[in-house]
Write a protein that binds this ligand. Structure first.
Ligand SMILES: Nc1ncnc2c1ncn2[C@@H]1O[C@H](COP(=O)(O)OP(=O)(O)OP(=O)(O)O)[C@@H](O)[C@H]1O
Ligand SMILES: [Mg+2]
Length: 311
């Protein structure tokens, strides 16, 4: 549904997006993660035809964003970083204006407007001036604007910023409900949010993609994995035996009386097998050996750290 190839954007000498390539399948929800200034907004602006690229190609639903911007804009609903709302209009006036811009036929307008008012839970403020609404409500009006024409593709730039926890949860549910119905790309800084809503994440750092992963594969990342080992009898001999296994990178120190260890190692089957043998060889009474889900946050920081060689 979305294809991006070697996309680069320079602002003068500054490279904001550096030759990135990715694709998004129909019905997929993609989380776009990265620190401030990573290039998320720039990429989204190019995909939504708000900005040209310096080089590379991008297409949405088979239409090139540079050659067929009108076709692309029809397919896309876009919520920019700052909601594109007019403070001097009432919510309903604004949505009516957006419907006209989107070319929604007169006889369907009322129905479409009611549907987004309901979906974004802004029915109760439909008659209020946008300028007087709270930040979270303005954000929801922005979301309604992006949804009004039932777009196949939604591009949302930090849609949950400024929402209170209840609204965040509602916005997440709204996005989740679109799974398989629409294709969604959205950016956020909140790691738990991508874990909860996305099928896949792309992590971007200083204009480059540093990881593309399915959420389900985040337990084992890169070359290392963490394994929890629970034994009946723990002592220094067990720890030393584990440290001696080839491929083991670290064994977390254990407190006296604690019969649980975390071992970080290469993730190959051979190393796993050697780890279990080392424990069994010590007659420690192996009770459990299971992979530790590497927290998304840890994974993310590891990646950025790896790239920067600091932090
Ligand atoms: N109009 C512009 N002129 C010059 N540089 C710009 C412009 N817009 C963005 N940049 C630079 O491009 C880089 C990427 O910015 P971008 O807004 O895409 O990042 P982002 O990932 O969306 O960050 P944030 O999380 O803060 O929203 C940054 O270094 C930024 O300073
Ligand atoms: Mg941004």
């Amino acid at each position: 549904m979305i294809e991006v190839r070697d996309l680069t954007k320079k602002y003068g000498d500054r490279v904001a997006v550096d030759s990135i390539s990715f694709s998004v399948k129909q019905g997929e929800i993609l989380g776009f993660l990265g620190q401030n200034g990573a290039g998320k907004t720039t990429t989204m602006k190019i995909l939504t035809c708000f900005m040209s690229a310096s080089s590379g190609t991008a297409s949405v639903a088979g239409f090139d964003v540079f050659e067929h911007p009108f076709e692309v804009k029809k397919k896309i609903g876009y919520l920019p970083e700052t909601p594109p709302v007019y403070p001097e209009l009432l919510v309903e006036e604004y949505l009516s204006f957006v419907s006209d811009l989107r070319g929604i036929p007169r006889d369907q307008k009322r129905k479409k407007m009611d549907a987004v008012l309901e979906r974004c839970q802004i029915g109760d403020v439909r008659g209020r001036l946008i300028g007087n609404l709270s930040k979270g409500y303005k954000q929801r009006v922005g979301l309604a604007q992006a949804l009004i024409h039932d777009p196949e593709v939604l591009i949302l730039d930090e849609p949950t910023v400024g929402l209170d926890p209840k609204q965040v949860s509602e916005a997440r549910n709204l996005i989740k409900a679109m799974r398989s119905e629409r294709t969604v790309i959205y950016s956020t800084h909140i790691l738990s949010e991508v874990a909860a809503t996305c099928d896949r994440i792309i992590i971007i750092d200083r204009g480059k993609i540093v990881a593309q992963e399915a959420i389900t594969s985040l337990g084992v990342t890169g070359a290392t994995t963490k394994t929890e080992i629970v034994v009946q009898r723990m002592d220094d001999a067990v720890v030393n035996a584990l440290k001696g296994v080839r491929g083991v990178k670290s064994v977390q120190p254990f407190e006296n009386g604690n019969k649980r260890l975390i071992v970080e190692s290469e993730s190959s089957e051979a190393v796993m097998s050697d780890i279990s043998q080392a424990v069994v060889g010590q007659k420690a009474g192996l009770i459990r050996m299971s992979p530790v889900q590497l927290a998304l946050e840890e994974y993310y920081l590891d990646l950025i750290r790896g790239k920067r060689g600091e932090v």
